[in-house]
Ligand binder design. Sequence first.
Ligand code: SF4
Length: 218
Amino acid sequence: MQANITEIFSSIQGEGPYIGCRQIFVRFSGCNLRCEYCDTDHRPVKMLTCEELLQEINSLNIISHHSISLTGGEPLVHSDFLSEFLPMLSDLKVYLETNGVLYNEFRKIAPYVDIISMDIKIESSTGQQLPFEAHEEFIKVARFFKKEIFAKVVVSENITDEEIRLIKYLVKDDMMLVLQPMDNKCPADKLISIQMNFLKDIKDVRVIPQVHKYMGLM
Ligand code: SF4
């Protein structure tokens, strides 16, 4: 089996609570969503087999890395490939960056994943309808497999009260919520007041921008 992979590289995690951790990134091509702010890389892809991908990862001095980050695009578009590949990966934690929609695909690989960074896709920033039911099912799968999961929302100043209500319903009080400001589209005072609102119902709410962009990293 093969998958379309845009790039494989070693760098630091630039988003969320694992910021600064050294990771091996495997960026898969293709996505099931069309977010307006998407900056997906359209470089040509390599078609790799599981064995070829493993060989490329092993050439990156894996011992000095915190985990392997499966990113995209949307890695779960390649769930059949991943269900063959992940059991071959014994020495690294698996960190899944996902849009949190493809819950049936996630179920196939959940036992092999250690940490899930799940987006909640709200219409005020993506331009697409919030996939509420899919997000809800996705979280149920993560809870069933007792996986570490946190939610990340790209926030602009246009976030609505209804979106805040639905996010609170999804996250409840036992997941961390990361508010990631959309580039130049959410003033600091607005972000702080959005965080205060979430903190009324969720214990751990953090405002974390994308640091790799400040540092000029990939
Ligand atoms: S889910 Fe991610 S990769 Fe897919 S369209 Fe949205 S921002 Fe782009």
